[in-house]
Design a protein around this ligand. Structure first.
Ligand code: NOJ
Ligand code: CA
Length: 536
């Protein structure tokens, strides 16, 4: 099916933490296969996810937990084998679930044979597959570029034997690849073909906006030099980020993808200027199909903030594109913790989910979000990550002793005390749980033409409400999300003074009942209403 991704719901699996098939405390591919029923068993008793994004499971020294890859076309033994991957892909496809992989284009591990060869000899043919430069006159790094990880410092690492520095914009164990080199390009295109020919449905591209660097390696201007993390306007304008040449590189990547049918590219482009972000969709559907909406995943918890984030992107989207909207990823504090979604009776988590699943975008659920997993405090002696992201990567809480469940005594990261309360096992049996609500919401979305491919329009509403309509094929719905901790009022378009409740975040609200404009909307309640025909 062409453009299947436009109506899909994605789910991000961090393989190390999803399901442990062999009990060694680290998640693995057989564990994921064993747990596919949770994601999609073909019925509304599961989440009915359409596509998985698997974070890296390739051979890696795990300095950046898989984003430092030493072989792009194999499976790290800790996660299983290539045969395990084929079984997982086949099992997912048999359920109608597509699978996209993380394609880390910007760098390889310094343990990758390409880098070892490049490093071994200045005259090596692979030397210029990476970015090398002589020291500054004082012997220090060639320029003032910084790693994106504050703990690392300079973006340059000295190679003592050759006396040259090589570029490492993440950790010193991740050497930046030189996409200006045609042989490197060819080799990375072959990596793509390797997985596409195996049947994967596309890729999530890691930091594609970083693939071109200022060829003269000029310093960043002092006013921009110190900015690190994404979400800084200053970072957008640095000389190793978002250069115009990157678009030609992405067109090359897209044309390799298009050698295969129905595949998709989702980009992690963490630049904040919406007008620059949307350029990654290409001038004519020739770059990425989707990019993550970075303004959305960083928004504060208020209707005004989300309205501003959504309005910044949506009007700029070319017709062939859509943003992908995630509340959390493996790089962020989980939304449950950041936005305090579990306060009170968890209604805020249901509201956030209803928003995510009803906007005109492709939702991506981060594993564990559906049960309300929070960040888990990690004591310093158990910390693993260079950028302090352990807390949001802790093992999936399946419920003690169940299939693929992690044993807290061996799990690679700590698990919280309340792991059995906030667990799939417990919530699957409770019709009022967050998991039950996710299943209901996703089942509703699956049957709703307006949500799967309908138009989107804001409804005028008081400031505490996010209110919009979606319409397709003679059906229209209104979505009303009350962000306030106090009741508000239902607003409906003037031509539809009354509507029917399709779904509410409030278990007390009767489905199918009629609601009129001006009726009470409970504190932090979200409502999906079916509008009468006259309204569209
Ligand atoms: C973005 C990934 O999401 C992050 O986890 C990783 O550390 C960097 N890119 C480097 O690959
Ligand atoms: Ca394991």
């Amino acid at each position: 099916m062409r453009d299947w991704w436009r109506s899909a719901v994605f789910y991000q699996i961090y393989p190390r933490s999803f399901a442990d098939g062999n009990g060694d405390g680290i998640g693995d591919l057989p564990g994921i296969t064993a747990r596919l029923d949770h994601l999609n068993d073909g019925s509304a008793a599961s989440l009915q996810i359409d596509a998985l994004w698997l974070s890296p499971f390739f051979p890696s020294p795990q300095v950046d937990f898989g984003y430092d890859i030493s072989d792009f076309t194999a499976v790290d033994p800790v996660y299983g084998s290539l045969a395990d991957f084929d079984r997982l892909l086949d099992a997912a496809h048999r359920r109608g679930v597509r699978v996209i992989l993380d394609l880390v284009l910007n760098h390889s591990s310094t343990q990758h044979p390409w880098f070892l060869e490049a490093q071994s000899d200045r005259r090596s043919a692979r030397r210029s597959w990476y970015v090398w430069a002589d020291p500054a006159p004082d012997g220090g790094p060639p320029n003032n570029w910084l790693s994106s990880f504050p703990a690392v410092g300079s973006a340059w690492t000295l190679d003592k034997p050759s006396g040259q520095y090589f570029l490492t914009t993440f950790t010193p164990a991740q050497a930046d690849l030189n996409w200006h080199n045609p042989e490197l390009r060819k080799a990375m295109h072959e990596v793509m073909r390797f997985w596409l020919a195996r049947g994967v449905d596309g890729f999530r591209l890691d930091v594609p906006h970083r693939l071109a660097k200022n060829a003269a390696l000029r310093d960043n201007p002092p006013s921009l030099a110190a900015a690190r993390r994404f979400m800084h306007h200053a970072v957008d304008r640095q000389r190793h980020i978002d250069l115009p040449e990157v678009h030609e590189t992405l067109r090359g990547i897209r044309s390799v993808l298009d050698e295969f049918e129905d595949r998709v590219l989702l980009g992690e482009v963490t630049i904040t200027d919406p007008s620059r972000l949307v350029r990654y969709f290409g001038d004519q559907d020739d770059e990425l199909h989707m990019v993550f909406d970075v303004l959305f995943w960083n928004s504060e918890w208020s209707a005004a903030a989300f309205r501003a984030a959504i309005s910044a992107i949506d009007p700029l989207l070319p017709p062939w594109s859509l943003p992908c909207r995630a509340l959390s990823t493996h790089d962020h504090v989980r939304a449950t913790s950041r936005l305090r979604l579990l306060e009170g009776d968890g209604r805020r988590a249901r509201l956030a989910a209803m928003m995510q699943m009803t906007l005109r975008s492709v939702p991506c659920i981060y594993y564990g979000e559906e049960i309300g997993m929070t960040d888990v405090p990690v004591p310093p002696e158990r910390a693993k990550d260079v950028d302090r992201r352990d807390a949001n990567r802790t093992p999936m809480q399946w419920g003690s002793g169940t299939l693929g469940a992690f044993d807290p005594s061996t799990a690679w990261l700590p698990m919280p005390q309340d792991r059995d309360r906030i667990s799939v096992l417990r919530q699957a049996a409770d019709p009022c749980s967050l998991l039950a609500f996710y299943r209901q919401l996703l089942a509703y979305r699956r049957r709703s033409n307006p949500l799967q491919h309908g138009s989107f329009a804001w409804l005028s509403s008081p400031p505490e409400l996010l209110a919009y309509s979606r319409a397709a094929e003679g059906t229209a719905i209104a979505v009303l999300l009350n962000f306030a901790r106090h009741p508000s009022r239902v607003v409906l378009p003037p031509e539809a003074p009354s509507a029917t409740v399709e779904l509410s975040t409030d278990p007390g609200r009767a489905m199918g009942s009629a609601v009129a404009s001006g009726a009470l909307l409970a504190a932090e309640e979200g409502l999906i209403l079916r509008l009468p025909c006259a309204a569209h």
